[in-house]
Ligand binder design. Structure first.
Ligand code: FAD
Length: 413
């Protein structure tokens, strides 16, 4: 959920960024067909070397698929035992699959075809237009209803958003990227050293294995880079370090709680001084008999919840809070089960997404000596510049994928 593109935060309608986006993002109902993503033409490459991709999230998998199509030799080193990075799903909690990380399609649904170089606007997978009308706002201790007219006005002016109907972002990434490249993923391979001193780059993993390659595409999150989990030899240029520090990349988590009844509206957006705090009906538009309320908390609200002892204490505090807004209905209806997905404190993520939505600076994107290239959601060069009426905004799945295509293009140049 993005502060500037989510219904939950639209309702505050006050931020300058939001106002600018509202003005600049207005677009026709039916978008024209999209051009092919940069570099999606299947060109012959003269590059004969080998490549290591660090990270098997959306960016790493998209880079791999593109290299596969180009006939370039590559491997993916992934620190964990699973692919997807910040795109994960749970299929057991409710009668529909739940996106534990990325959940919304922050564009028209036809962006899905664009990402996989397919013609037409209608994706092969069913989606839901996400325009909830029953929205409440919490300011201080007061909860109030946003009027229907305000919501109608909002949707008339704002960029469109969708969700997957009975599938997830994970399924989309898995079907369209991972399945073609999974054979080249080496799991449980945390890269700890990247030495780009010589003609070739030497990567060392935590388990002591060395890989010597011509080029590297590094897709770890800004949080991981800031944590100094990877030692660069020589160290990163000062401009690069400054650019990494400059980006807003907030901590945060998602919490999913199951209730016996839906006592809550589609969305409750809470005023906060940084990041966002939003409760939302996770089953909105899905075919479900379950009542799952989600909480997306980033920035200051997450930091406050982190002060509590553990996830049980966080859930208790959240239920109490909801009881305050809904006269005790939260504890009366709570079924006692929850999922707590803490992206802020996960070693290999160390945060949620890039939340300053400008295009990435050249200092951030610049490769190291034409040997180590950077890709991932923070590196999108598109900012909010329209592509045929679409907006590729940093911090999204599409910015991760498109930045990977760009990194491969510049690596092969
Ligand atoms: C709670 C939450 C909600 C979100 N909601 C949305 C949404 O609704 N819509 C949307 O479009 N986007 C959303 N996003 C953002 C979206 O998930 C990301 O932009 C995208 O998934 C990032 O992909 P990536 O490949 O750049 O990075 P990642 O997914 O972080 O992939 C990096 C990979 O590198 C691995 N790695 C890390 N360190 C090492 C190492 N040292 N060695 C080897 N491997 C390593 C990691 O394990 C990971 O697999 C959300 C994110 C979060 C956390």
């Amino acid at each position: 959920m993005k502060k500037h593109i989510k219904i939950t935060s639209l309702v505050s309608l006050v931020s300058i960024i939001l106002a600018m986006l509202v003005m600049s993002c207005k677009k026709d109902e039916t978008p024209p067909p999209m051009p092919l993503p940069a570099g999606s033409e299947n060109t012959e490459t003269e590059f004969q070397g080998n490549v290591i991709i660090v990270g098997a999230g959306a960016a790493g998998l998209a880079a791999a698929k593109k290299l596969e199509e180009e006939g370039v030799s590559y491997q993916i080193l992934e620190a964990t035992d699973k692919l997807g990075g910040r795109i994960q799903k749970d299929e057991t909690f409710a009668d529909f699959p739940i996106d534990l990380g990325a959940e919304w399609i922050h564009e028209d649904k036809s962006i899905l075809n664009y990402l996989i170089n397919q013609p037409g606007n209608e994706p092969y997978v069913e989606t839901i237009l996400y325009q909830p009308m029953n929205v409440k706002e919490v300011v201080g201790n007061n909860i109030s209803q946003i009027s229907n007219q305000d919501m109608v006005d909002y949707y008339a002016d704002y960029i469109t958003e969708y969700k997957f109907k009975s599938t997830t972002w994970y399924d989309f990434i898995n079907e369209n990227f991972a399945q073609q490249v999974e054979q080249n993923i080496i799991y449980n391979s945390k890269v700890t050293i990247i030495d780009y001193t010589g003609n070739q780059v030497v990567l060392t993993t935590e388990n002591g294995i060395e890989y010597q390659v011509d080029k590297v595409i590094l897709t770890v999150s800004l949080g991981v880079l800031r944590s100094n989990a990877i030692t660069f030899i020589p160290s990163l240029p000062a401009k690069k370090i400054a650019a990494i520090e400059d980006v807003e990349y907030l901590s945060g988590f998602k919490l999913f709680m199951k209730f016996s009844n839906q006592f809550y509206p589609d969305v409750i957006t809470c005023e906060t001084s940084s990041g966002e705090k939003t409760f939302y009906d996770v089953a909105y538009g899905k075919e479900s008999q379950d009542h799952v309320l989600g909480l997306l908390s980033t920035g200051i609200s997450a930091e406050e919840y982190y002060l509590l002892a553990n996830s049980d204490s966080i859930v208790n505090a959240v239920i109490q809070e909801l009881d305050g807004y809904f006269n005790g209905l939260a504890s009366q209806n709570y079924l006692g089960s929850y999922i707590y997905e803490d992206w802020g404190q996960q070693t290999y993520t160390q945060g949620t997404w890039t939340s300053d939505f400008q295009a990435a600076s050249q200092d951030l994107i610049a490769p190291l000596d034409d040997k180590v290239y950077f890709a991932g959601e923070s590196y999108s060069t598109h900012g909010i510049i329209p592509i045929q009426g679409f907006y590729i905004i940093r911090g999204s799945v599409q910015s991760a994928i498109l930045s990977a295509y760009e990194a491969v293009d510049s690596l092969l140049e």
